[in-house]
Design a protein around this ligand. Structure first.
Ligand SMILES: [Zn+2]
Length: 289
């Protein structure tokens, strides 16, 4: 398959520390878990594309001023000058004006925080996410910072369901964490094979291994379907699945300025545990047929 993707870079926006069961319900209740905030830079034959943008860089100087006391207190961000998106892009010799597109998995505060730093880009999000983020129901409004995305300078492109952005870059609808959550599939990249950027459809490997989606959901049944969809997609395409918020997994990834490389088979294929949840033992020759 042809792809416009040449290289993938993993960028860091610092860390959050959250209550453990928000990542995997029923586990680590009351225990603080420090998790990475990451996003991705795609070098393509048509210019640079970001997938998510991390936290609002104003967090570097004053998290409470940027996020309010409740959100800052619940997520305890640690973000330094080196985590500013301009500094992260600078590691790769890329300027903000070189970024032609920003694709959002969703518009939560740790994914859409630096949107306004890319006024020249086209900002791509699911229509369902855009609607929900701008007018969220009260019970689920806290993770959205209106100051992240309510800017007249932002040029939005609203996707509806599964979309092909360009050859090799595919948006896959994975609702449940939020109504318009999406994941990004990068087919047959030159150095990494097929890569799935799961976003918060999967916080960590334990979600797959235990068949339990993350604790923050707008629709838990949809979140389970999305978890299964990504596991099945990863299996049939022998993909590397990059989850959003697992410190141990993040440690294993090369970071900017080093490009992502093909991961070890064991690291890549942990989603086989999820396949067993969906299909039981698909490797059994007598299974189903
Ligand atoms: Zn989220």
């Amino acid at each position: 398959m042809k792809t416009i993707v040449r290289q993938i870079f993993v960028m860091s926006s610092g860390t959050l520390t959250v209550e453990g069961s928000t990542l995997v319900p029923g586990t680590s209740f009351g225990q603080p878990k420090t998790i990475p905030v990451q996003y991705f830079l795609l070098e393509t034959s048509k210019g640079y594309i970001l997938v998510d943008t991390g936290n609002d860089p104003d967090v570097i100087t004053d998290a409470v001023a940027a996020w309010g006391a409740d959100l800052a207190g619940a997520s305890n961000p640690v973000m330094n000058a080196e985590h500013h998106p301009y500094a992260q892009l600078g590691l790769c010799g890329v300027d903000a004006k070189d970024v032609r597109m920003v694709i959002y998995t969703h518009l939560h505060h740790d994914h859409a925080g630096a949107a306004r730093f890319f006024p020249d880009a086209l900002h791509v999000v699911q229509k369902a996410e855009h609607r929900w983020a701008f007018t969220p129901d009260r019970y689920f409004g806290a993770p959205y910072n209106q100051s992240d995305f309510r800017h007249d300078t932002l040029n939005w492109q609203l996707a509806e369901g599964d979309w092909v952005i360009q050859p090799g870059i595919h948006l896959v609808s994975t609702p449940g964490h939020t109504p318009g959550h999406q994941s990004i599939v990068l087919w047959d990249t030159p150095d990494c094979g097929t890569v799935i950027l799961a976003g918060d459809a999967i916080n960590c490997r334990e979600n797959i291994e235990k068949d339990i989606p993350g604790g923050l959901t707008s629709d838990t049944a949809a979140a389970v379907s999305s978890l299964h969809r990504l596991s099945a997609l990863a299996s049939v395409s022998d993909a590397s699945m990059l989850v959003s918020h697992e410190a141990g997994f993040f440690e294993l990834l090369p970071k900017a300025p080093h490009a992502l490389k093909l991961l070890d088979p064991e690291v890549r294929r942990y989603y086989e545990a999820g396949i067993r949840h969906i299909y039981h033992d698909a490797a059994d020759p007598d299974h189903l047929l």
